[in-house]
Design a binder for this molecule. Structure first.
Ligand SMILES: [Zn+2]
Ligand SMILES: [Zn+2]
Ligand SMILES: [Zn+2]
Length: 104
């Protein structure tokens, strides 16, 4: 099942929020639509706190959610390795839950 949500990376504007290619370039996450499809069930991306932006480098998309700000997640059990933060001690996505923060 899929659901349509506002693209978090561009905040629904459809424009590249950082003008990486040009000031009028389209958002690479939603292809300029301002909306993206996500797989249900989903949870807000804990790794980027739902912003869609990579917390390690603010001008690129989040490597966990790909910029959508949400992740498909079947589990509602917090990952025991990262304790639900989605991050390893080095700041990279947790290897167990892949940065989602939930893991069976
Ligand atoms: Zn977008
Ligand atoms: Zn994310
Ligand atoms: Zn984890």
């Amino acid at each position: 099942m899929t659901k349509i949500i506002e693209c978090k990376y561009c905040s629904g504007t459809g424009k590249d929020p950082f003008d990486l290619l040009s000031a009028i370039s389209e958002c690479l996450v939603c292809n300029g639509n301002g909306q993206v499809n996500i797989q249900e069930p989903s949870v807000p991306c804990i790794y980027c706190l739902g912003s869609g932006r990579n917390p390690l480098g603010a001008r690129v998309t989040c490597i966990v959610c790909g910029g959508k700000g949400n992740n498909h997640c079947e589990s509602n059990t917090k990952c025991i390795q990262c304790k639900g933060t989605g991050k390893s001690s080095d700041g990279l996505p947790c290897t167990r839950c892949k940065g989602v923060g939930f893991s069976k």
